[in-house]
Design a protein around this ligand. Structure first.
Ligand code: F3S
Length: 385
């Protein structure tokens, strides 16, 4: 790999052993994927925010970085907290949470603790190269914002944050950002999250181009998050909506693309119809707009099943200042700012509850959870007939 003078100097260890090792890690990682150089990044997003008791090597590497005084070189946001207070099991499983957070703070990260970092704390411009981990955030950065990042892993994200570089391959290159197949929609009632879940399963790691539909930002977030979980999709386009797909002609290379069709029946087949024990909203975490859209449905009502909103921490703070906050609280909704999947996994493992979610991503990752549209969830928790 071709390194510039600064990179050669760093890798030689003259700016510290930990920084040298971080850059060397990126070089070796890039070589595996055929990268020819390291390119500077505008921001990073770190996924390793769960203080899991078994991640000893990860903590020891972070400690080495902090001991040598390393700090992130670009604005760097971090993923949600895991919900350590949710259960005794979580307190044990996430024993290192406080230490991990202190270490991340010493590295100089922005303490947003959200996977929806692009909502207000870390918003790249079209064409910006960034190095993000967290598949749902990667998906949004690439697809909706037109920034460029690969699906980086734990530790690689940290190495990029402290060096300010990422290897150039994959979704950083024009040729890998072109559409690979057209997605036709025969859907009477759109459910973006279910659509994302189905697309991930069907296209796996291709770049799908969905025919025009007027998706909201919240739809794009939830659809992308689901697609990146049930498949390995890191970039999708929507004709006439996302920045790199003003038209089909612009996003395909002129070759006749393959087509798939998603129908209403395929979406309806995912929906669970029976009684449930709990209803959860958010994943990726709910943004302020999403909370404000849902909150009025709870005004003057009482939930009949335990119901939890999982929200972006900054959005929750804004929500607390609105009149709706007390009304939603009075309706019996529990409000949290952690990650639902990590918060509920241990409890779900023990008690096998029927948890209904409108998130295709939670449905994929939370063992035994059930899927419903937002309306199904509102009906299940008893605030809608
Ligand atoms: Fe975010 Fe946790 Fe879902 S990190 S995307 S809320 S699984």
């Amino acid at each position: 790999m071709l390194l510039n003078q600064e990179q050669e100097r760093i890798i030689s260890g003259s700016e510290g052993k930990a920084l040298g090792l971080a850059l060397r890690t990126l070089v070796e990682y890039g070589k595996v994927f055929g990268a020819k150089r390291l390119v500077p990044i505008k921001s990073a997003h770190i996924a390793g925010t769960f203080g899991i008791i078994r991640f000893k090597s990860f903590y020891s590497i972070l400690k080495q970085m902090v001991d040598e005084g390393l700090q992130v070189r670009v604005p760097t946001t971090v993923n949600p907290r895991p919900g350590r207070e949710f259960s005794i099991q979580n307190r044990v499983a996430f024993f290192h949470q406080k230490n991990l957070e202190r270490t991340l703070e010493k590295l100089g990260v922005i303490e947003n603790y959200s996977c929806v970092c692009y909502d207000e704390k870390n918003i790249p411009s079209p064409g910006d190269i960034v190095a993000w981990a967290e598949s749902s955030a990667v998906q949004y950065a690439n697809s909706v914002l037109g920034a460029r990042t690969n699906r980086n892993s734990l530790l690689i994200d940290v190495c990029s944050a402290v060096t300010g570089y990422t290897p150039e391959f994959g979704y950083l290159l024009d040729e890998n950002r072109r559409g690979r197949l057209i997605v036709r929609l025969k859907i009477r009632k759109m459910d973006a999250s279910a659509l994302g879940y189905l697309l991930g399963k069907l296209v796996v790691d291709m770049v799908p181009v969905v025919e025009h539909y007027d998706f909201s930002k919240v739809d794009l977030k939830n659809m992308g998050g689901a697609m990146a979980a049930s498949g390995a999709v890191a970039l999708f386009h929507v004709e006439g909506i996302t920045p790199e797909a003003p038209s089909f002609a612009a996003v395909f290379d002129g070759k006749p693309p393959k087509e798939i069709t998603i129908t209403q029946d395929m979406i309806d087949e995912l929906r669970y119809k029976g009684p449930v024990d709990m209803v959860i909203f958010g994943c990726p975490q709910m943004t302020f707009d999403e909370i404000m859209e849902l909150a009025p449905r709870f005004v003057g009502r009482k939930v009949k099943k335990p119901t939890i909103f999982f929200m972006v921490p900054a959005a929750f703070e804004r929500f607390m200042e609105t009149d709706l906050y007390t009304k939603v609280k009075d309706a019996g909704v529990r409000m949290e700012t952690c990650c639902p999947v990590s918060a509920l996994t241990a409890l779900q493992g023990m008690y096998k509850k029927k948890i209904l979610t409108a998130s295709g991503k939670t449905y994929y990752y939370l063992d035994g959870s059930l899927y419903g549209t937002v309306e199904d969830c509102l009906k299940a928790c008893g605030v809608m007939k």
